[in-house]
Design a protein around this ligand. Structure first.
Ligand SMILES: Cc1cc2nc3c(=O)[nH]c(=O)nc-3n(C[C@H](O)[C@H](O)[C@H](O)COP(=O)(O)OP(=O)(O)OC[C@H]3O[C@@H](n4cnc5c(N)ncnc54)[C@H](O)[C@@H]3O)c2cc1C
Ligand code: FES
Ligand code: FES
Length: 501
C-alpha cells in the first residue's frame, strides 16, 4: 500500500509522522501553513476553513470548504486541498504574489482588521466563488471600485443574503469575525466576479477529483483504515467491532478535540460508493448515508420539501459540507435535526453488516438515549423516504440563534389535507425525550378532523404534553412544551392560505 499522503496547494506531502487522530488543521500548522487558524476547534468559527476537491454536482470537481479542525488528516489520504496560502499566485523570482480575487476584494473593501478570521473567510468565500451554478444577476465583475449593494433587494433575484453576483451569503454562515463587522465582508462577497478561463482552480473543476484510496495508516498503537468497498468495510468491522466509524467527522472531531477521545481503530466510510448513491424509485427515494447534506440538498433540489426546509437550518454550510445523514442518525442524539424530519416522512434506515441488510422504520430505530437497534459491526447504508410525499410540511427548529445552532426543540410536520379534512398527520419531535419521537396523540387528534382553527386549538395542548422535556442550559422544560404547542398554531397560520386556495 502506498504511504499515506495529501496534496496541499499542489504539492504532495506525506501524512507521517502525524498521529491517526491528528486534525488537518494541526497537520497544516505543523508544516508551517499557519494561515489556517484555530479559533474554537469544534466547528463553530470557520477560522480553519480549507478547500477540498470533491466530486462535483454540476462539474467533475467542486471546491468544497470544510472545517480543517474536525477532519483527521488521515481521512484526506490521496486527496487534494487548498489553503489560504494556495489561493494567491506566487510571483516570479523576487516579485510579489498576486492576490486571489476574493483576497483582493477582502483587502480593498476593508474586510479584515486583526486578520485572525480572514484566511477562513477567504477559503469559504473562494468555495462560493467557484460554485459552478452561482450565476450573476447583474454585471458579474463589478470591480473593486463599484457599489456592491446596487442590486440588493431588486427584482433580479438579489436580496440582503444574495448578491448581484449570485453570491449566497450562507456560504459564510460558519465563519465568525470578532472585530471587523460583517458589512465590509458582505461587500467583498457581493463584489467578487466570475473566475477567468485561465484561473487554475476553475480549470481544475473540469477534471475528476482524486479517487478515494484505500488507507491503512498506523502510528504507535492506533490505526486509521479506509477500504474501497462496502463489502470489505463490513468484513473489517466484523473483525474489529471495537472500531470507531467516521464519515464527515463533524461529531467525532469534536469528541477528539474537546473531550480528548482517542480510538485504537478508526474506519472511514465517507467515500464508499455504495453509501453515496441517491436514487428516486417509483415508491421511495433512497439517500446514501455518506452523502453530505450539501450534496443531498443540491441533488434533490427541493424534490423533498421537508428536507429542503431542514437543510438551511442545520448547522452552517461548512458543517453541511461534511455532515452526513448516517452520522446524524449514528450519534443517536435526541436533539439531532434530521430525525424529527425523517420521522415525519416515515423514513426507514437500511442497515448493513457482513451477513446482509435489513430495513428498520426510523420510528423503531432509537431505543434509548443515544441507543439504537444498530448492532456492533452494522453500518447505516441508506435512508429510504417513501413516496408519495405529504403536501403540507414544515420544520420548526427552535434555537437561540437563527442559524448555526443546536435545537432546543425541533418539530417536523407532514400532513395530507383533502377537501379541508386532515387525512393523515405525521409529526416528528426532537429535544423533548431521550430519543426523537413521533407525536402520536396529536397525530390521532388531527386525523379525520377539519383543518380548522378549532381543531388546531384543541390539538395544541396535546402536542404540548407530548414527550418528557427536561430543563437544561438551552431551555426549560416549560419553554420546550410551550414551543411545541406554538409550532402547531404557527403551522396552521402558515398553511391555511395555501390549503384553502
Ligand atoms: C458546529 C457544529 C454544528 C452542528 N449543528 C448541528 C445541527 O444544527 N443539527 C444537527 O442535527 N447536528 C448538528 N451538528 C452535529 C453533526 O454535524 C451532525 O450530527 C452530523 O450529521 C454528523 O455527521 P458526520 O458524517 O459528520 O458524523 P461523524 O462525526 O463522522 O460520525 C458521527 C457518529 O455517527 C457514526 N456514523 C457515521 N456514519 C455512519 C454510518 N454510515 N453508519 C453507522 N454509523 C455511522 C459514527 O460512528 C459516529 O459515532 C453540529 C456539529 C457541529 C460541530
Ligand atoms: S477552529 Fe473554529 S471551526 Fe475550526
Ligand atoms: S478580522 Fe479580527 S476576527 Fe475577523
Amino acid at each position: 500500500m502506498v504511504a499515506a499522503r495529501i496534496t496541499v496547494n499542489g504539492k504532495e506531502a506525506p501524512i507521517s509522522p502525524a498521529a491517526p487522530h491528528t486534525t488537518t488543521l494541526d497537520f497544516l500548522r505543523e508544516r508551517g501553513l499557519t494561515g489556517t487558524k484555530e479559533g474554537c476547534a469544534e466547528g463553530e468559527c470557520g477560522a480553519c476553513s480549507v478547500l477540498v476537491a470533491r466530486p462535483g454536482v454540476n462539474k467533475p470537481t467542486d471546491w468544497v470548504a470544510v472545517n480543517a479542525c474536525l477532519v483527521p488528516v488521515a481521512a484526506l489520504d490521496g486527496q487534494e486541498i487548498i489553503t489560504s496560502e494556495g489561493l494567491a499566485t506566487a510571483g516570479e523570482a523576487g516579485m510579489p504574489s498576486t492576490l486571489h480575487p476574493v483576497q483582493e476584494e477582502m483587502a480593498v473593501r476593508g474586510g479584515s482588521q486583526c486578520g485572525y478570521c480572514t484566511p477562513g473567510f477567504v477559503c469559504s468565500m473562494a468555495a462560493e466563488y467557484y460554485r459552478p451554478d452561482r450565476c450573476a444577476h447583474a454585471a458579474p465583475n463589478s470591480g473593486a471600485g463599484s457599489d456592491p449593494n446596487s442590486g440588493a433587494g431588486s427584482a433580479d433575484g438579489t436580496d440582503h443574503e444574495h448578491g448581484p453576483n449570485g453570491f449566497d451569503l450562507h456560504a459564510l454562515s460558519g465563519n465568525l469575525c470578532r472585530c471587523t463587522g460583517y458589512r465590509p465582508i458582505r461587500d467583498a462577497a457581493f463584489a467578487v466576479g466570475t473566475p477567468t478561463d485561465e484561473d487554475p482552480l476553475a480549470q481544475r473543476r473540469e477534471q475528476s477529483p482524486p479517487a478515494p484510496v484505500a488507507t491503512e495508516y498506523t502510528q504507535d498503537d492506533s490505526v486509521f483504515l479506509r477500504k474501497h468497498t462496502l463489502a470489505e468495510t463490513l468484513e473489517l468491522l466484523r473483525e474489529r467491532p471495537d472500531a470507531v466509524v467516521v464519515a464527515g467527522s463533524t461529531d467525532w472531531g469534536v469528541e477528539v478535540n474537546i473531550r480528548s477521545r482517542r480510538a485504537g481503530c478508526v474506519v472511514a466510510v465517507d467515500r464508499l460508493p455504495e453509501l453515496r448513491e441517491l436514487r428516486v424509485e417509483s415508491d421511495h427515494i433512497e439517500i446514501g448515508a455518506a452523502l453530505t447534506l450539501t450534496e443531498i440538498e443540491r441533488r434533490l433540489d427541493g424534490a423533498v420539501p421537508l428536507l429542503a426546509e431542514l437543510f438551511p437550518q442545520f448547522a452552517s454550510r461548512l458543517i453541511r459540507n461534511g455532515a452526513t445523514l448516517g452520522g446524524n442518525l449514528g450519534t443517536g442524539s435526541p436533539i439531532g435535526d434530521s430525525p424529527p424530519v425523517l420521522l415525519a416522512l416515515e423514513a426507514s434506515v437500511v442497515l448493513a453488516d457482513a451477513d446482509g441488510e435489513r430495513e428498520v422504520p426510523l420510528a423503531d430505530y432509537f431505543t434509548g438515549y443515544r441507543q439504537s437497534v444498530r448492532r456492533p459491526g452494522e453500518l447505516i447504508r441508506s435512508v429510504r423516504v417513501p413516496l408519495p410525499l405529504s403536501p403540507v410540511v414544515a420544520f420548526h427548529k427552535i434555537a437561540k440563534r437563527r442559524f448555526d445552532d443546536i435545537s432546543s426543540v425541533a418539530v417536523a410536520f407532514a400532513l395530507d389535507v383533502e377537501d379541508g379534512i386532515v387525512r393523515r398527520a405525521r409529526i416528528g419531535l426532537g429535544g423533548v425525550a431521550a430519543t426523537p419521537i413521533r407525536a402520536l396523540a396529536t397525530e390521532a387528534a388531527l386525523e379525520g378532523k377539519p383543518w380548522a382553527a378549532e381543531t388546531v386549538e384543541a390539538a395544541a395542548p396535546l402536542l404540548r404534553a407530548e414527550g418528557t422535556p427536561m430543563d437544561d442550559h438551552r431551555a426549560s422544560a416549560d419553554y420546550r412544551s410551550a414551543m411545541l404547542g406554538q409550532s402547531l398554531l404557527k403551522l396552521y397560520a402558515q398553511t391555511i392560505e395555501a390549503v384553502s386556495s
